[in-house]
Ligand binder design. Structure first.
Ligand SMILES: *Cc1c(COP(=O)(O)O)cnc(C)c1O
Length: 391
């Protein structure tokens, strides 16, 4: 039988059968528009509100503080532009980090071109933000601080609650992209001290195309889309009913399994890291050694090119990710690794393996068998600094 070992759970996860089952009726017999006033509409509306209650409770929020969106990207865009445009009278300064997901970096870039000032906080060699830098950087013009809860590439978990104490004291809104943590480690909006928080269903075994933005009560916010009065006039458009139901089902299951699954994955993660470090020379573990997502392994296999490792692993039936983003034909090393001070030629050798529900110890052993010869072969083909790492 052909191998299929999926180790890219940070990119997306398979939808659980129970989630599909919960969604199905909302495509067919329960197809009503939740904005309609007759029975079918009211039933769909009721199901959405139950789902909202579940999502809200899972992060310690009130139901009316949850706005359903088309996913994490929309939630991030909504948070950043919504705060920026609603608080322009107070100021035009936004603070974020250089290691954010593009769903945060690009709206910030967009705003910069339109007169906003963006400050990027430094991160240390593990990709960690220093809360003292947040305090130093806030000015009277600052309207928003946006720092991700955990990084999607290197898995580092940021000191959000300490940052939250500072932003509260200074009266500045705090947003966090919690797409990688929600459903995997505890996320509580009050413990983190955040005013806005982005989540997405397809990173926790729910469907793609549905997510939510938590908006703390009383936050000054522009609506994201104009149209109907859905979501309390904050996000117009007919609800993705089946998606919302599936999202809530995925949250329900994640809550039950989170503690045991995080423990299981952290053990497999550490086993994989140890195995790589033992079997391959010249390896750099990226991300924080302990404050990291339970399922994240990210290494630089110095001297081999990440994209080539990925393709070689794919031929062995393993799905992985390299940090490089292929833009307009050139391979750019990961912006996250560069921000952590890793030289470009080393950053080019990064490999990310993210574990999940279907990952077994046998899978990890298989990776530990096939990876060392791949790296050896690629290193022999591409001596450092000649075949790669140069324009
Ligand atoms: C996946 C991801 C997103 C984007 O979420 P979508 O639902 O795919 O739009 C945003 N931020 C982080 C950290 C992610 O991992």
């Amino acid at each position: 039988m052909e191998k299929f070992i999926y180790l890219d759970y940070a990119a997306t996860t398979p939808v659980r059968p129970e989630v599909v089952e919960a969604m199905m009726p909302y495509f067919t017999e329960k197809f009503g528009n939740p904005s309609s006033l007759y029975t079918e509409g009211r039933n769909a509306r009721g199901a959405i509100e139950e789902a909202r209650d579940r999502v809200a409770a899972s992060i310690g929020a009130e139901s009316r503080e949850i706005v359903f969106t088309s996913g994490g990207t929309e939630a991030d865009n909504f948070a950043i532009k919504g705060i920026a445009y609603a608080n322009e009278k107070k100021g035009n300064h936004i603070i974020t980090t250089p290691i954010e997901h593009h769903a945060v970096l690009e709206p910030c870039h967009y705003l910069r071109k339109r007169g906003f000032e963006i400050t990027y906080l430094p991160v240390d060699e593990h990709g960690m933000v220093d809360p003292a830098d947040v305090e130093r950087t806030i000015t009277g013009k600052t309207v928003l601080v946006s720092v991700m809860h955990a990084n999607n590439e290197v898995g580092t978990i940021e000191p959000l609650s300490e940052i939250g104490k500072i932003t509260r004291e200074k009266g500045v809104y705090l947003h966090t992209d919690a797409v990688q943590t929600f459903g995997h480690i505890p996320v509580d909006v009050n413990e983190l001290g955040v005013d806005l928080l982005s989540i997405s269903a397809h990173k926790l075994y729910g469907p793609k195309g549905i997510g939510a933005l938590y908006i703390r009560r009383g936050t000054r916010m522009e609506p994201f889309m104009q149209g109907g009065s859905q979501e309390n006039n904050r996000r117009a458009g007919t609800h993705n009913v089946a998606g919302i139901i599936g999202f809530a089902k995925a949250v329900e299951i994640a809550e039950k399994e989170m503690v045991s699954e995080a423990k299981r994955l952290a053990e497999l993660r550490d086993y994989l890291i140890r195995g790589i470090l033992e079997r391959i020379e010249d390896v750099r573990l990226n991300g924080h050694p302990t404050k990291r997502l339970p399922n994240n392994v990210n290494v630089c296999l110095v001297g081999a090119e990440g994209e080539a490792i990925l393709l070689s692993l794919d031929m062995e039936g393993i799905s992985s990710s390299s940090g490089s983003a292929c833009t307009s034909g050139t391979l750019d090393p990961s912006h996250v690794l560069l921000a952590m001070g890793i030289p470009a030629e080393i950053a080019h050798s990064s490999l990310r393996l993210t574990l999940g529900s279907r990952t077994t110890k046998e899978d990890i052993d298989y990776v530990l068998d096939v990876l060392p010869p791949i790296v050896k072969r690629l290193r022999a083909m591409s001596p450092l600094g000649t075949a790669w790492g140069r324009k």
